[in-house]
Ligand binder design. Structure first.
Ligand code: C2E
Ligand code: CA
Ligand code: CA
Length: 615
């Protein structure tokens, strides 16, 4: 297609230059012919005048010999074939003729200039003192004129040919460079210049083709949406140069792990796509996805230091999971997002349920931003009571979201989204502020308010300055450090313990107490707990629900309580729902009970009632 277009372009070029040259050529040829001819006639005329002037006496006296001598002088001019002198009455007096030249005629010519068959005849009257005494006539061949014209046209053609040749060679480099630029543009439009793989555009073209083919042949393929886990960290910590090398490495491994017929492309920053051509079985697609994940698991070493990355892969089956390339890409992307949610480094197939799940999650993120601005978040309180007396010795603050369209959304659903999107920092600030204001307000009503536990999630703890923020909120409402407590999950504290320790020390230094939430689900050791400024353990409700029948759970609770008391920590049991659980926990020596049995999370108004009734 490209070469046909190129040939057409060259042809057009030749045509336009050629016709311009032709017009110029014709003009120059005509101009040259007339100029040469006029010059030639002029020369002949002068020659005739000179001969005529010399011959006037011979004419006047009818001296034939003298006349012949005079007309013979034209022999010096090679173009002249013949010259003749005529008397006044038109009769020939004398003539000089080259060998083979035709007769000029016995009578004087009538016309001054006359062209006949390759010759020109010039005739001029000869006068003496104003009196015409005869006529001089010269006949000359036009061969010289023709020759000159041919030479002129020949050199014109030669110059044009040389010019065309020089132009052709001079422009050849230009044309080569244009063709190269065109090829490069084409490559840029279809290839990714970091990895050399196909780019998103080319990938979508291939996907379109695959879809159309399956429409005809009724078979299927698999579409893989591949996202690199932890690539941002590589880029941020080691620089874009190293990031690019890692992407190249991933591209090579993906390419090598796939069959030659499969299509692999880089479709975004750290996103790759693959079409497993004619892989209609989800099992086969899953096997390939697992291979790709395994291939990327080996460390890359772009600059000597090993770099570890992972892959999360979403799979959409063609044509079941979408009719258009757009739809399939979107669905594979949703499945990839779900794979990320499932802990990264795995693959997930698209399904309608997963689509809904992910969409709901994405909707939540959008809506949560609005909720924060529109004050749709509020706080409820759940009491923690002393087993023996039933006295309320603590409260846990739990956030709620009253969504304009969907009613109340559980924090279990939106807190993970808030964590991921960073909105948790705003949520945390809102909760802390609300809690402090509520405590101050209840106090001002003369109520005795126990310590309120506030949940702080991992990102809040790592990114925000929890100690400073809490201290500021307390001060702002005229409260003391003992009025609030921070709940941190066990699993969160287990990660990067050393970093955590300084942040925990900051909290402890400002006198804010720390409780470990969901205790028993992580892997904390007594040794590790001893070294942290912790005050409370909250036994995870999964152990409480089994009480009192499950002996193992009873043993765990007894163990936790014994261990905690040994190092001076208090123990809270969460999720207490039945009297039997309560009795069991009481006899195990739990310090505080929390759960639906002793009190559901309640809004401030209900809390006011509760605190009044127990005062
Ligand atoms: P969590 O900190 O373990 O909170 C206890 C959860 O158990 C609460 O769910 C509470 O309503 C529920 N619960 C209390 N008693 C019972 C019971 O007897 N039986 C059962 N089955 N459940 C009981 P909720 O309020 O839905 O909160 C869920 C999780 O959301 C919390 O778990 C916490 O991790 C998180 N969360 C809640 N509020 C906040 C907050 O303000 N900030 C942060 N960062 N996370 C929060
Ligand atoms: Ca909690
Ligand atoms: Ca908990």
């Amino acid at each position: 297609m490209e070469t046909a277009r190129g040939r057409k372009y060259v042809l057009l070029n030749i045509l336009s230059v050629g016709s311009a040259f032709l017009i110029a050529f014709v003009f120059l040829a005509i101009e040259h012919w007339y100029a040469e001819k006029d010059g030639f006639i002029h020369d002949l005329t002068i020659q005739a005048s000179m001969v005529g002037a010399n011959a006037s006496a011979a004419l006047a006296f009818g001296d034939e010999r003298a006349a012949l001598e005079i007309v013979s002088t034209v022999a010096r001019s090679p173009a002249v074939f013949e010259s003749a002198l005529y008397r006044q009455d038109g009769k020939l007096l004398a003539t000089f003729r080259r060998q083979g030249a035709p007769m000029l005629g016995a009578e004087a010519p009538v016309h001054a200039t006359n062209f006949t068959g390759g010759h020109v005849v010039i005739a001029q009257p000869v006068a003496v003192e104003g009196q015409v005494v005869g006529t001089i006539a010269l006949r000359a061949t036009l061969d010289g004129l023709y020759r000159s014209q041919v030479v002129f046209l020949g050199s014109l053609l030669a110059i044009a040919a040389i010019a065309a040749l020089v132009g052709h060679f001079a422009s050849r480099r230009l044309r080569q460079r244009m063709a190269e630029a065109e090829r490069q543009l084409e490559r840029m439009a279809l290839y990714d210049n970091v990895t050399g793989l196909a780019n998103r555009h080319a990938f979508e073209l291939a996907l379109d083709q695959t879809i159309r083919r399956h429409e005809r042949d009724g078979t299927g393929s698999a579409l893989l949406f591949i996202d690199v886990d932890g690539f941002k960290k590589v880029n941020d910590m080691l620089g874009h140069h190293v990031g690019d090398r890692v992407l190249q490495g991933i591209g090579v491994r993906l390419h090598d792990a796939l069959r030659a017929a499969d299509v692999v492309a880089r479709i975004g920053g750290d996103e790759f796509g693959a079409i497993l051509v004619d892989t209609a079985s989800p099992d086969d697609a899953a096997r390939v996805a697992a291979n790709l994940i395994a291939a990327a698991a080996k460390p890359f070493s772009p600059d000597g230091t090993p770099v570890f990355i992972g892959l999360s892969i979403g799979i959409a089956m063609i044509p079941q999971d979408g009719r258009t390339a757009d739809e399939l890409m979107h669905h594979a992307d949703l499945a990839m997002y779900h794979a990320k949610q499932m802990g990264k480094g795995n693959h997930q197939f698209f399904s309608d349920e997963i689509g809904d799940l992910v969409r709901r999650r994405l909707d939540i993120e959008t809506d949560l931003r609005i909720a924060i601005e529109h004050n749709e978040l509020y706080v409820v309180y759940q009491p923690q009571v002393v087993p023996a007396s039933g006295e309320i010795a603590g409260l846990e603050a739990l956030v709620r979201w009253r969504h304009a369209g969907r009613g109340v959304i559980s924090p279990g659903e939106f807190i993970p989204v808030a964590e991921e999107s960073g909105l948790i920092l705003d949520v945390g600030r809102i909760v802390l502020g609300q809690v402090c204001r509520d405590i101050a307000e209840l106090r001002s009503q003369g109520l005795r308010v126990p310590t309120v536990a506030v949940n702080v999630s991992a990102r809040q703890f790592m990114q925000g300055d929890i100690a400073a923020e809490t201290a500021a909120a307390l001060r702002h409402n005229g409260l003391q450090a003992v009025d609030v407590e921070v709940e941190l999950t066990e699993s969160m504290l287990m990660e990067r313990l050393e970093d955590r320790r300084t942040a925990l020390a900051g909290l402890a230094d400002s006198g804010i107490r720390i409780a470990i939430d969901d205790f028993g689900t992580g892997y904390s050791s007594l040794n590790y707990l001893k070294r942290l400024p912790v005050d409370k353990l909250k036994i995870d409700m999964s152990f409480i629900h089994d009480l009192p029948d499950n002996a193992e759970s009873v043993a765990i609770v007894v163990g936790i309580v014994g261990m905690a008391h040994a190092i001076g920590l208090r123990v809270v049991a969460e999720g207490v729902e039945t009297q039997a659980q309560r009795d069991c926990l009481t006899s195990c020596g739990c310090d505080l009970l929390q759960g639906f049995l002793v009190g559901r999370p309640m809004e401030k108004a209900a809390l006011v009632e509760l605190l009044r009734s127990t005062a």
